[in-house]
Design a binder for this molecule. Structure first.
Ligand SMILES: [Zn+2]
Length: 852
């Protein structure tokens, strides 16, 4: 098909890929044209064109211009009229040049987009348009089949050789680029791997930073405490006195800074320095005899530490010890004790709390670490440890109230002693929501952080830690943001109403079912509403599930005993008022006092400001004594309480003691515990049905409801409740109270009390307490004789007091007393009178045998 002047011109190869050359043309514009065109021209159109283009032999007749030599002509291109007709349309449609469209239809050669070819093609197209206009039908068809030819000059053909060369060059470049691309890709993959590793490491670093944030804080605080030297003057410029002072200070600091050399077993002896003027100055560390605590032998240090511990435990003041050392020369000097104490104090990182009140907190997570370390050391195979947080408020003086927070190990029952309690925060504020919110938020934040951490890694062991809060009901209600015990919905664990509390017909787990049990989320939700339902006043402070708040059995017993004791006293009071009506001596209340005092409990009645009868509040151990001894005494003594219900009341007291011991040790299932506790409350209400006040349905307190319906749940799930006992906490509170009253700085009460308490704990943990000497307890002495001995001693003292009174009475001269004094004297002896006549008053005195 391709012909031409074969002798002079190379034949265009058939399979030559013109498209490829065109695609790689340097001229970007042409490339763009090509691409756009290929996009626009459908394959159908392409076919249509392909049939109508062919190369024809060059004929000189076609060449109009004589001037053009034959050698310059490459070939002639035959184009059908139809093609030209459509070419015109395509040019208008795609706004491309004529040559570009023609090129797109040729596979074997490509033309240069020059002006001559374009105008030639344009003229041909217009010519066809003009010629076709009048022609119709078959003639038109024939006309379209005819051809027009276009002469193509050599210079109008694209230089294939040049392009071929460029192509081969580009191919080489392509191979190079492909290799480079592969290399870069590999490099990128490696970089990505590195990036993943780095991001993982960053994550690790971030978690480590988070975990050790308190250490960073500590370091920054320690840096602040670093000694600051004046840098405005050189050593040489200082006065001799200042120089020696600076050297002394430098010596201490240099020794402290060089302590690390001891870890290599090397002790620094001297330090030589040169001043700016070139003067050699040397400090000898070991020349003088050291009188510091740190220079003492380990044995002596141990003794001093024990002394410090004893002084803390017995609340001995520094002044008292100093006076003792003045009397006895061989006692260690008091400054050594102060140094030792300061050394111990430095190991606690105590921070102040906000709220403009004395408040101190210690890092809780390091406290838990200490606790777990101790547990791991004692027990070999541990993977689950119960950590119990406790909080309580206590009045430490007439005007100040402390709120304590402590934690302890609740995994085993033998870890409830006060030595095992670790106090971590003390705040001097009242025990209410506002104060806690104002002062204790940092404490709650710390606890919340810890609550989210269930796994601890201690000494190579992974330990799962479950957290609990155990305290009296008031504090649990505060932590959960609930209203007080007197509210309609007072129970911290469920939404039982005041009236429903005395209903005993439900099964053991009823109040822990989702329909009625409380959840932390629900309390927070209700607290946000305007109408705060179910006693939810505020959002809970801690992010801990409600069933991990365990009631403290000690407070439970105390509060229930309170009610029983109040009922006893009211009973006696009622009997007394009956006697008063009969004008008989009122002896029942007095007898009750004697009975209670007979149980070795300091107890007396007093009248409060409102003029109501009040009585001494009893401690936990005193109440246990009462529970043990009072019921039997009540049975033996006539009067005191009403005979109709005497047996019921006595058995109620005895049963309470039995149940108190039972829940502390029971491993029974919930339903059995419920039955036992339920019977007790039923007996309580039975007395009420015999028309006794104080034993009625409305006297069933939240504590009693908890006793019946919540204790079974906790016993079933967590076993005997002794391990959650608050006895250690109470004892701990007493110790802190004592420290506050006897030893601490009143103007920095919280920090001082917490530091002392931490020192005591340090002492307990390091076994500084003296081992008790073993001795045999003769049972008859302790149970019988001692009691008689003590009560005899008390009676003796009381007798002496009354004798002193009688002696003073004989010295009274009634003759010199006026009417007012006489009336006051009679009132002191229980005779209230309004008589004003002096003679009658004297008669009253003598008739009552009030003087000898
Ligand atoms: Zn409840």
């Amino acid at each position: 098909m391709v012909e031409g002047k074969s002798k002079k011109r190379p034949v265009l190869p058939l399979s030559y890929e013109v498209e490829r050359i065109v695609a790689k043309k340097e001229c970007q514009k042409e490339c763009d044209y090509w691409n756009t065109m290929s996009d626009h021209l459908s394959p159908l159109n392409e076919l249509k064109f392909r049939d109508v283009i062919h190369v024809v032999k060059t004929s000189p007749i076609i060449l109009n211009r004589q001037s053009i030599s034959e050698t310059e002509v490459a070939f002639s291109l035959g184009l059908s009229n139809n093609f030209l007709y459509q070419l015109n349309d395509a040019v208008a449609k795609y706004s491309l040049s004529f040559v570009s469209i023609l090129n797109s239809q040729c596979n074997h050669f490509q033309l240069i987009d020059c002006e001559r070819l374009n105008s030639r093609l344009k003229n041909l197209c217009y010519k066809i348009l003009l010629e076709i206009k009048p022609i119709r039908g078959g003639q038109r068809k024939n006309y379209f089949l005819k051809h027009k030819s276009v002469t193509i000059f050599k210079h109008e053909l694209l230089n294939v050789k040049k392009i071929q060369y460029t192509l081969s060059e580009l191919d080489k470049e392509k191979v190079k680029l492909e290799k480079r691309c592969r290399d870069l890709f590999e490099q990128l993959a490696k970089e990505n791997e590195h990036a993943v590793i780095i991001s993982e490491q960053n994550l690790d670093i971030f978690t480590l930073q988070q975990q050790n944030s308190y250490l960073a804080d500590r370091i920054s605080k320690l840096e602040e405490q670093l000694p600051k030297y004046k840098d405005d003057k050189d050593f040489d410029q200082l006065a001799p006195k200042t120089q020696s002072r600076t050297l002394k200070k430098l010596e201490t600091d240099a020794q402290r800074a060089l302590w690390f050399s001891n870890t290599f077993g090397l002790t620094p002896k001297c330090l030589t320095m040169t001043s700016t003027k070139g003067k050699d100055i040397s400090l000898n560390f070991q020349e003088k005899k050291c009188s510091d605590f740190n220079c003492m032998t380990l044995e002596d240090q141990d003794k001093i530490m024990k002394l410090v511990f004893l002084m803390d435990r017995l609340c001995v003041s520094d002044a008292a010890y100093h006076e003792l050392t003045m009397v006895h020369n061989d006692m260690p000097r008091s400054y050594l004790l102060v140094q030792c104490r300061n050394g111990v104090n430095k190991s606690f990182e105590i921070e102040r709390l906000p709220g403009n009140v004395p408040g101190a907190v210690i890092n809780i997570s390091s406290e838990i670490e200490k606790l777990l370390e101790r547990h791991v050391n004692k027990h070999d195979d541990v993977n689950q440890v119960y950590v119990k947080f406790s909080g309580d408020g206590a009045k430490v003086s007439r005007i100040s109230n402390f709120v304590f927070f402590s934690l302890s190990n609740a995994s085993t029952a033998n870890t409830t002693s006060f030595q095992e309690q670790q106090t971590f925060a003390i705040v001097e504020c009242s025990e209410n929501h506002e104060s806690l919110k104002k002062c204790c938020l940092p404490v709650f934040n710390q606890i919340n952080n810890i609550l989210s951490r269930e796994k601890w890694h201690i000494a190579g062991t992974d330990i799962n830690v479950k957290y609990f809060v155990s305290s009296d009901m008031k504090f649990i209600q505060l932590l959960l943001g609930l209203g007080s015990c007197t509210g309609e919905y007072a129970c911290p664990w469920c939404k039982v109403s005041k009236n429903e509390r005395s209903n005993l017909s439900f099964h053991w787990n009823f109040y822990h079912e989702p329909s009625i049990a409380r959840t932390v989320e629900e309390i927070a939700q209700e607290a946000k509403q305007n109408k705060k339902r179910f006693g939810c006043k505020h959002a809970p402070f801690l992010n801990l599930s409600v069933d991990q708040y365990i009631p403290d059995e000690l407070h439970l017993m105390l509060r229930v005993t309170d009610i029983l004791l109040r009922n006893l006293i009211n009973d006696a009071k009622d009997l007394d008022s009956d006697l008063k009506l009969k004008r008989l001596p009122q002896t029942n209340l007095k007898k009750l006092t004697e009975l209670i005092q007979g149980c070795e409990v300091a107890f007396s009645f007093l009248t409060n400001k409102a003029g109501e009868l009040d009585w001494t509040s009893l401690s936990g151990s005193e109440k246990v004594k009462l529970l043990n001894q009072l019921p039997d005494q009540l049975l033996l003594q006539d009067g005191v309480i009403r005979d109709e219900t005497r047996n019921d009341v006595v058995s109620l007291w005895k049963d309470l003691l039995f149940l108190y011991k039972y829940i502390n040790e029971s491993t029974d299932c919930g339903s059995i515990v419920l039955e036992k506790n339920k019977v007790w409350v039923e007996n309580f209400l039975k007395i009420g049905s015999k028309f006794r006040n104080g034993y009625n349905l409305h006297n069933v307190t939240p504590y009693m409801h908890c006793f019946v319906y919540h204790l079974p749940y906790f016993v079933e799930n967590f076993g005997p409740l002794k391990k959650f006992s608050g006895q250690g906490v109470e004892k701990n509170n007493d110790i802190v109270k004592q420290i506050h009253q006897k030893k601490s700085n009143k103007w920095d009460s919280a920090v001082s009390a917490l530091t002392t308490r931490k020192r005591l704990e340090f002492g307990y943990m390091n076994n500084m307490e003296r081992e008790k000497r073993s001795y045999f307890k003769k049972s008859e002495w302790w149970d019988g004789s001692l009691k008689i001995f003590r009560s005899g001693k008390r009676k003796e003292i009381l007798k002496e007091i009354s004798e002193a009174n009688i002696n003073s009475r004989t010295s009274l001269d009634f003759g010199e007393m006026n009417e007012h004094d006489l009336r006051a004297f009679l009132k002191d002896h229980g005779i209230n009178t309004k008589i004003r006549n002096r003679e009658k008053l004297m008669n009253l005195v003598s008739s009552n045998c009030l003087y000898i």
